[in-house]
Design a protein around this ligand. Structure first.
Ligand code: GFB
Length: 313
């Protein structure tokens, strides 16, 4: 990707899309094409067709999706499977049809079987039953991978598929119910500190393990692989280590500066017990993460205070 090449970032306002825009700007790529979901509803095939016929972007980062944490996935399965299938089907087909040079599809670590070997290698895909709380999102993302691979096989379309682990960072969704665990806990600890509460509720038992990748690291990996990787085989993108939710909660409490107690609400689901990615393929492709968990949490909390908490005050 050189400056001047037209690069379309689908979902540019979201956690991943906004980080990809920052990473592209850092690489001196200013010819970005973006549309808000009001300007272009990617679920509408005719609208997507018109957009691609008009813009004919050379590179496409498909970071637009309906995403959410365990509660949102478990509560709105129809929305998750419908919107994600529509968005990705429309964008992948139109990108190929209108001559895009390359497309980068963003999947998720939840595509793997609930009890996959840990760390999870890419060839675990479709070898066992999925995690029940997010199987609909997972099936949609698996369909996206298969669509990229089918267009590669039938049409020679250069579409790569990245499987990021749990992501967090600036621009995340901090809604208490719809969010993932890190923004969910940051919001709860900040509110409790501000209100002088003596306890914060953490969902589940605290025993599941999760791997967390700072979103600007993901964006850097996506740009690196867009420039260097040309295979339809999926690539895990992670840090190669994980923590328990209890350890994470303690770290977030420390970063936010909350001094009260943690309480666990076992009525909320734990989800999959572990989903640590095997990142040896990613390492062999010459990429390493740079931002550690505590540093990433501090950057995210700083962003939250400046852009969310103060704005709400
Ligand atoms: O991040 P999270 O919502 O999604 O939950 P998953 C991770 C773990 O944190 C679960 C616990 O065990 C939650 O019960 N948890 C504790 C909390 N407190 C909280 C809280 O306040 N908010 C939230 N959200 N969780 C998602 C999939 O699974 O992973 C998505 O549902 C996607 O489809 C994403 O794949 C990457 O990691 O369990």
């Amino acid at each position: 990707m050189k400056d001047g090449a037209s690069v379309y970032v689908a979902g540019h306002r979201g956690l991943v899309g906004s980080a990809i825009c920052r990473a592209l700007a850092d690489r001196g790529i200013r010819s970005l094409v973006t549309r808000t979901s009001v300007e272009l509803d990617l679920r509408e095939q005719a609208a997507v067709e018109r957009f691609f016929a008009e813009q004919r972007p050379e590179y496409v980062f498909l970071a637009a999706a309906r995403v959410g944490g365990i509660y949102a996935n478990d509560t709105y399965p129809a929305d998750f499977i419908r919107d994600n299938l529509q968005i990705q089907t429309n964008v992948i087909d139109a990108a190929w049809r209108h001559g895009a040079r390359k497309l980068c599809f963003l999947g998720s670590s939840c595509i793997y079987p609930r009890m996959a070997p840990q760390p999870i290698p890419e060839d675990s895909l479709l070898t066992g039953p999925l995690e029940k709380t997010n199987e609909w999102y997972a099936i949609a993302k698996i369909a996206g991978i298969k669509m990229c691979q089918a267009y590669s096989k039938q049409h020679g379309f250069n579409a790569i598929s990245l499987m990021p682990t749990n992501l967090y960072g600036p621009g995340d969704n901090f809604d208490p119910l719809g969010s993932h665990v890190i923004p969910g806990l940051i919001g709860k600890f900040h509110a409790a500190k501000t209100a002088g509460d003596d306890a914060v509720t953490v969902w589940g038992t605290g025993t599941p393990r999760r791997e967390f990748l700072y979103v600007d690291d993901l964006a850097d990996a996506a740009c690196h692989l867009m420039e260097t990787y040309d295979s339809p085989e999926i690539v895990n993108v992670g840090v190669g280590e994980d923590v328990t939710i209890a350890e994470l909660a303690d770290l977030v409490r420390h970063v936010v500066g909350f001094e009260g107690r943690l309480e666990y609400d076992r009525s909320k689901p734990d989800g999959t017990p572990r989903k640590l990615l095997d990142v040896s393929r990613l390492k062999s492709l010459g990429w390493r993460p740079r931002v550690g968990l505590e540093d990433g949490l501090r950057r995210t909390y700083d962003w939250y205070v400046r852009h969310v908490a103060d704005a709400a005050a």
